[in-house]
Design a protein around this ligand. Structure first.
Ligand SMILES: Cc1cc2nc3c(=O)[nH]c(=O)nc-3n(C[C@H](O)[C@H](O)[C@H](O)COP(=O)(O)O)c2cc1C
Ligand SMILES: Nc1ncnc2c1ncn2[C@@H]1O[C@H](COP(=O)(O)OP(=O)(O)OP(=O)(O)O)[C@@H](O)[C@H]1O
Length: 303
C-alpha cells in the first residue's frame, strides 16, 4: 500500500481508480465492508484501489476548542487499512481550502486528480462544504462523468447502526466487548516501544511502554490484552493511563507479556484489547500497587 499525505491540489494519480470514501475513524465493520468492496472491484475491473480520507477530522479542524475523541490515531489507522490491501491510502491534508470545496468541486477533484471510475461509500456519506454533498449528488453526476457508484446499505448490529460515534462512547465507558463487536476486530493500539522508568521491571513485571495519543477515547484502566509482535501473538495485561501513583501526566499504554522475556525496546507492537478489568487508581504505596497488579495478572491470565 502506497501512502500519500498531501494537500489535495498536489495530488494527481495517473490511473483509473476505484475509491472508498469516508473518515474511517476506527476502521469498523461498515468501513471494512466499503474498503473490501473497493479492493475487490479494482481487482475485477483492473483499476487501482484507493482509500481516500482526511489526515485530520474536519470537525476537529473546524472546532479546535471542542474536546475531540478518536478511536484510532493515524499510525494505527494506517496499519488497519493496510491489512485490507488497497493499492493507495490517501490522507488529504485537512485545510480551509479543502473544506471550502463545494460538493461539485470535490467531485471534480475525484474525477480530475484521482481518476475515479468507481466510487464506493456508505448510504449516509456526506462531503463538500458544510457536508452538503450526498449519495444523490454522486449518483446524479455518475453518468455524465463516466464513473459508477456502489452504495453500502446501513449495517446494523443488534438493531443499532454501527458508527464511529457509538464505538467512541463504548470505549469511553470501558465497554470493550461491545466496542469490539461493532469494530469487527479487537480494539487495537499500535506503536513503537519506548523506555519507561524501569520501575516495573524492579517490581517483577517488565512492561513495554507506548506513549499514546491523548485523544484516544478508551477509558483509563487495566485490561486483559493480546500483543502482536512480528506476527506472533502473546497473552498480556495492559494499563492505559497516567500512573497517578507516580503523579504522571502523560498518557501511556504499558503492557506486560506473560511467559516471555524478550527485549521490546524499539520494536513495533500491536496491543489488542479483550476485557476491562478495573479503573486506574492512585495507590498510597508501591507495595499496594504491586499487590494489586499481581491480582490483576491472575484475573487476566484466566481471560
Ligand atoms: C497491570 C498494570 C496495572 C497498573 N495499574 C496502575 C494503577 O492502578 N495506578 C498507577 O498509578 N499505575 C498503574 N500501573 C502502572 C505502574 O505504575 C507502572 O508499571 C510503574 O510505574 C512502572 O513504570 P515504568 O515502566 O515507567 O517503570 C499499572 C501497570 C500495570 C502493568
Ligand atoms: N453502519 C454503516 N453502514 C453503512 N455505511 C456506513 C456505516 N457507518 C459508516 N458508513 C459509511 O462509512 C464511510 C465513512 O463514514 P464515517 O467515517 O463518517 O463513519 P461513521 O462511522 O458514520 O462516523 P460518525 O459516527 O463519526 O459519523 C461513509 O461512506 C459512511 O457512509
Amino acid at each position: 500500500m502506497k501512502i500519500i499525505n498531501e494537500d489535495f491540489r498536489n495530488i494527481l494519480l495517473d490511473y483509473n481508480t476505484t475509491v472508498a470514501l469516508g473518515m474511517f475513524d476506527g476502521v469498523h465493520i461498515a468501513h471494512r465492508e466499503i474498503i473490501k468492496r473497493a479492493v475487490l472491484d479494482a481487482k475485477i475491473n483492473k483499476t487501482k484501489s484507493v482509500v481516500l480520507t482526511f489526515e485530520q477530522d474536519p470537525d476537529e479542524f473546524l472546532y479546535p476548542d471542542k474536546k475531540h475523541k478518536i478511536i484510532t490515531e493515524n499510525k494505527t489507522k494506517i496499519k488497519l487499512i493496510e491489512e485490507l490491501s488497497p493499492d493507495y491510502l490517501i490522507l488529504l491534508k485537512t485545510n480551509k481550502e479543502l473544506l471550502n470545496l463545494n460538493p461539485e468541486d470535490f467531485i471534480n477533484f475525484l474525477i480530475n486528480n484521482i481518476g475515479i471510475k468507481k466510487v464506493v461509500c456508505g448510504f449516509d456519506y456526506k462531503f463538500g462544504k458544510k457536508a452538503k454533498g450526498n449519495i444523490d449528488l454522486l449518483r446524479m453526476y455518475a453518468n455524465n462523468y463516466g464513473y459508477s457508484l456502489e452504495v453500502v446499505d446501513e449495517i446494523k448490529i443488534n438493531g443499532f447502526k454501527v458508527s464511529s460515534s457509538a464505538i467512541r462512547e463504548k470505549l469511553e465507558k470501558g465497554l470493550i466487548i461491545e466496542a469490539n463487536e461493532l469494530l469487527g476486530y479487537e480494539f487495537s493500539i499500535y506503536g513503537a516501544v519506548e523506555k519507561g522508568n524501569q520501575i516495573a521491571r524492579e517490581m517483577g513485571y517488565p512492561t513495554a511502554n507506548i506513549y499514546v495519543d491523548d485523544r484516544i477515547a478508551l477509558r483509563n484502566g487495566v485490561y486483559a490484552t493480546k500483543t502482536v509482535i512480528n506476527g506472533k501473538e502473546y497473552s498480556s495485561i495492559s494499563n492505559i493511563g497516567i500512573k497517578p501513583t507516580f503523579n504522571g501526566k502523560q498518557k501511556v499504554l504499558e503492557t506486560h507479556l506473560f511467559n516471555t522475556n524478550i527485549n521490546l525496546y524499539g520494536k513495533e507492537i500491536m496491543v489488542k484489547f479483550l476485557k476491562f478489568i478495573r479503573d486506574e487508581q492512585k495507590f498510597d504505596s508501591i507495595i499496594n500497587l504491586k499487590k494489586r497488579i499481581q491480582e490483576d495478572i491472575i484475573i487476566a491470565r484466566n481471560i
